[in-house]
Design a protein around this ligand. Structure first.
Ligand code: HEM
Length: 220
């Protein structure tokens, strides 16, 4: 689905954040699983053993927390617009979400026209962002236990695991679509990992309402 005329979909700042967040997130999963599951302790060898894996987990955590915070400070308006996007929910979104399981097996299913963010992406973002916040807060308490009540720190261990499971499940779906394994999403990885543009055909197909808004702005 790569046509000649291209529309800007993701800014350089959004792509930088997504790149660094993806790398730190995947490394956090790797080092975290190496520490958490005895059967996977062997994975820690890459970082020189369990202590090395724990250290790498903390360093990646600093990037996972720090880069979004810096980006939010430098692009407050973009962040507020992103929050508005993900928390705007109309009847159209519910219809899209209910039809999505059918669409996954029958790509010809007629889906309601979408704005800048697809309903499924908004829904996944609630869980991705929510579980990331849970992981960050519980992670900080576990890394500096002396600064928090003992009972609270004990609760942080199962809550950190819960956050990891929720994030893992939603990321599997996100990565499945993002990598373009499902035919209508072929080449989607380029929106975030490439030059951030989409062809007009892709824009029209995936985000009809957003595409019309962009075209409307161009013609005024
Ligand atoms: C191999 C891994 C990944 C792939 C292939 C991937 C793919 C993508 C793609 C193609 C988009 C653009 C969607 C669009 O333009 O509508 C996107 C957006 C997004 N991704 Fe990922 N992603 C990956 C990992 C992650 C991780 C680890 C996180 C968070 C922890 C994440 C969070 C997000 C969020 C919040 C957005 C929405 C941004 C926006 O549209 O403004 N992604 N991803």
């Amino acid at each position: 689905m790569r046509g000649k005329r291209r529309v800007i979909r993701q800014s350089a700042a959004a792509r930088f954040l997504h790149w660094t967040h993806t790398i730190s997130c995947l490394l956090l999963f790797y080092t975290g699983l190496a520490l958490y599951l005895p059967r996977l302790n062997g994975l820690a060898a890459v970082f020189g053993g369990l202590d090395g894996s724990r250290f790498a987990h903390r360093v990646c955590g600093v990037f996972f927390i720090g880069i979004p915070i810096l980006m939010i400070i430098f692009n407050w308006r973009g962040f507020v617009n992103f929050l508005k996007d993900i928390f705007t929910w109309e009847e159209n979104d519910t219809t899209w979400l209910l039809r999505f399981p059918i669409y996954l097996f029958r790509a010809k299913t007629k889906m309601p026209p979408q704005g800048r963010l697809k309903s499924g992406q908004k829904f996944a973002d609630w869980f991705i962002i929510g579980s990331s916040i849970l992981l960050i807060l519980t992670g900080i308490a576990m890394a500096f236990p002396a600064n928090f009540p003992k009972g609270l720190v004990q609760w942080c261990f199962p809550l950190h695991e819960l956050g990891m499971i929720i994030l893992g499940v939603f990321l599997l779906g996100h990565i499945y679509l993002g990598l373009g394994i499902f035919q209508p999403y072929r080449g989607a990885w380029r929106y975030m990992f490439g030059d951030g543009t989409v062809s007009e055909e892709e824009a029209k197909y995936h985000w009809t309402r957003w595409y019309e808004e962009v075209k409307g702005k161009e013609s005024t």
